[in-house]
Design a binder for this molecule. Sequence first.
Ligand SMILES: *Cc1c(COP(=O)(O)O)cnc(C)c1O
Length: 375
Amino acid sequence: MKVPFMDLSGSFNEIYDEIIESIKTNVQNTNFIGGSEVNNFEIEYASYCNVKHAISCGNGTDALILALKALDIKDNDIVITVPNTFIATTEAITAVGAKIRFVEIDKNSFTMDPQSLENYLENSNDVGKIKAIIPVHLYGQMANMEEISRIAKKYNLRIIEDSAQAHGAKYKGKGPGHYGDIATYSFYPGKNLGAFGDGGAVVTNSDQLANRINMLSNHGRIKKYEHLIEGYNSRLDTIQASILRIKLTHLDSWTNLKKLKVKRYRELLSGIENIKLPIETKSFDHVYHLFVVQVENRDRVLEALKNVGISAGIHYPLPLHLQPAYKRLGYKKGDFPITENIATKALSLPLWPEITEEQINYVCQNLIRIVKEIN
Ligand SMILES: *Cc1c(COP(=O)(O)O)cnc(C)c1O
């Protein structure tokens, strides 16, 4: 049996005709940039996120850059985030000229540890230069936003929530964009809501920020030939918007399916020695972009799984503070032990809404056997 890490074709089959029809209509009418598909998607996505405004853009990395720009984060400002994330989070900080600082993650949730954030701020000589925090809602679970926003208020910092992996996730009933000034999304095909190419969005409850992000994403303009500021070209294609509008109506049912599959994984893997399951907590509504377990000798387990046709993933094998690209930041091994520990143990198991009972059984049987043999 072969089990891929993710199979995007399942969700596509269900809506194939509807999507092809919509692409055809947009092509026939030469609707390629902007227009009602984009406007309607923004309205529908804002409503889905329960925020006032959604502004679509080219991808999730641009969404972060637009958010930082809208908050006027620039040269010599400092932005705090976590080392256990995809590099896009920190690339965006550098792209606006600001400096990256890391704080440690929580050992149970893998998201920003508020205590570590507060300790850093209490002991930093840079307090005046620190302008914003980017918590990352990793694997589909939001960070502890109550604590993070309390600390942000205390130090007068802005919050951008990197929600690229957390479409529909909630913390105490509130989604991304509620606690933070801005939340950003990616619609990369493999994300919980994925386009047929790149796409992204920025959401906010602030009219003023929404207006600025709107302008920034489209050459600094509101009217066609009047550029109030210099901006960028970062737009969501009309065809992608039309695909996302259709997919959005299925997102909750796909997420629920993923949750059921995770429940099955948990049943089969609970109580197994040397396989640590992610902890579920009541306050968090986890949407399981990824189902990440922890195992010893992870790389050997991954290889052995591959040998029996199972593709698992690693998110992320080398933390950002140890990446060659960030040598200049001066961090070293041992600076973030929790992050470094998880980087050696994290194993993302195959998961998508239509993964079958047979496939889950096959993954679990093999994983249990391999972990026993190796450890
Ligand atoms: C995917 C991802 C991004 C970047 O999104 P793109 O659309 O690929 O640019 C940013 N942050 C995190 C945490 C991600 O997983």
